[in-house]
Design a protein around this ligand. Structure first.
Ligand code: HAM
Length: 432
């Protein structure tokens, strides 16, 4: 028999690990709602052209990393798994006429993304993002609001020491002249460029700026800086974003070589890094303004900004910082019985408890009472409900597995008794 494994670059999240993810998803959902972002879901795959036009044909994400779905003969469209959510969300914004809604339209999504990346720690072929987008506001205030929201996510997740790296990459007015100047600069040093960077120089010169090749560090330090070439409106916008960040107490580091890996960005660009980990190509999140994307995907010109936070990397950073594992939820009660064969009674009692909203498991196997109680203790259940002869009088034994005490309880009172005892216990030990 062949043995099967999850595809390279993907992972199964088993129950003990999944709890940490659920926690992050809850924090993300609460936070987005608090800031007025509304939930949206888009398909995990789109017409390939949404990504080619949206993200940019000459980007690593589209050229090398797109999971293209093999075409089916009866369909004319070509599809690809989403490498990121922004292009799909903007496609939905245009398709559903969201420009007629009150602007900006604030949207949020959490879910898996797919990139055919070279797998390594923190770099997966299926990974999860927490994404927020504010479409229809030119900023600068919303830019600062969004960056502050991103930072608050890390803080509420329990991850300290996250820095904001900030840049403005100009717009269609000032960037072309800058890109020409940058190309000329690199061309003057072309003999020092590694082969890959030479190729990039021809196709997308901006990408050289965030090259992690060691020889490029020196060249990039002396390269012309976009922030010194911004047109008046872009420079004014950038100054106002910084002033708004100052006003809400968000510290940031200006990083003139930060250009991002997707083509749709204009003006504000930012990334979140764990302090001291900037060199490792392991951003915890990133985003920026994309004032041209709605038009590029068939809508009317609409300014917008957003970010994506990589949840896999946040989990890794939390683990590295020694954050405790998030425990799995445990049952309040396990329904056990003296007669191993009495599965009907145990199932009935547990069904009623669950209908009353109590987390209860019934022992559905037919093992001895001692083994049933051992299993309940192993699950860290708070109570065992012991179904025995007293059931004929409408009563069961309620055993507090933590205190070691036991008493008779009328079946009809059981949900209320359990809820009260469990709540006062949780309160008493300060879990809440
Ligand atoms: P991005 O910088 O390509 O931006 O991805 C955002 C975050 O996703 C990264 O900072 C990183 O934490 C995580 N990430 C990316 N690739 C991987 C991978 N292979 N494995 C694990 N984590 C990964 C975007 O995707 C934009 N859509 C962000 C945005 C929203 N801009 C405007 N709106």
């Amino acid at each position: 028999m062949p043995t099967f494994k999850a595809p390279r670059g993907t992972r199964d999240l088993l129950p003990p690990d999944r709890t940490g993810w659920s926690r992050l998803e809850r924090i993300a959902a609460d936070l987005a709602a608090r800031y007025g972002y509304r939930e949206i879901e888009t398909p995990l795959f789109e017409q390939t052209e949404v990504f080619e036009r949206g993200v940019g044909a000459v980007t690593d994400v589209v050229e090398k990393e797109l999971f293209r779905i093999a075409p089916r003969t009866e369909e004319s469209e070509s599809w690809a798994l989403r490498p990121e959510p922004t292009a799909g969300i903007v496609r939905a914004y245009v398709q559903h006429g969201m420009q007629t809604w009150p602007q900006p339209v604030r949207l949020t999504l959490r879910g898996p993304m797919f990139r055919y990346d070279r797998p390594q720690a923190g770099r997966y072929r299926q990974f999860w993002q927490f994404d927020v987008e504010a479409i229809g506001d030119p900023g600068p205030a919303v830019d600062a609001e969004l960056i502050e929201l991103g930072l608050r996510f890390y803080r509420e997740a329990g991850l300290d020491g996250v820095d904001v790296l900030l840049n403005s990459i100009g717009d269609a007015t000032c960037r072309p002249a800058y890109v020409d100047e940058l190309s000329a600069y690199y061309r003057a040093h072309v003999d020092r460029l590694p082969a890959l960077e030479r190729d990039r120089l021809e196709r997308n010169p901006l990408r050289l700026l965030d090259s992690k090749e060691p020889v490029m560090a020196e060249l990039n330090a002396l390269a012309p800086k976009i922030t010194e070439r911004l047109c008046e409106p872009c420079a004014g916008h950038f100054a106002a974003v910084r002033a708004h960040l100052d006003a809400v107490g968000v510290g940031f580091r200006l990083e003139p070589t930060l250009v991002r890996g997707l083509d749709y960005y204009t003006r504000t660009a930012f990334e979140f890094y764990r302090r001291g980990a900037e060199g490792q190509q392991q951003a915890l999140g990133g985003g920026g303004r994309y004032d041209g994307l709605v038009e590029l995907l068939g809508g009317r010109p609409t300014p917008a900004i957003g970010f994506g936070i990589g949840l896999d990397r946040v989990i890794l950073a939390l683990e590295a910082s020694g954050a405790p594992q998030v425990p799995e939820p445990r049952p309040v009660a396990v329904v056990v019985g003296a007669d191993p064969a009495a599965t009907i009674e145990r199932l009935q009692v547990a069904t009623e408890l669950r209908a009353a909203g109590i987390a209860a498991r019934a022992e559905l196997g037919q093992r001895k009472l001692g083994k049933q109680l051992e299993a309940a203790a192993r699950e860290h259940a708070h109570f065992a409900v012991i179904v025995g002869d007293e059931l004929a009088d409408g009563q069961v034994q309620l055993k507090d597995l933590e205190a070691g005490t036991q008493r008779l309880v009328v079946l009809a009172d059981l949900p209320r008794e359990l809820a009260r005892a469990h709540a006062s216990h949780r309160h008493g030990v300060g879990e809440d």
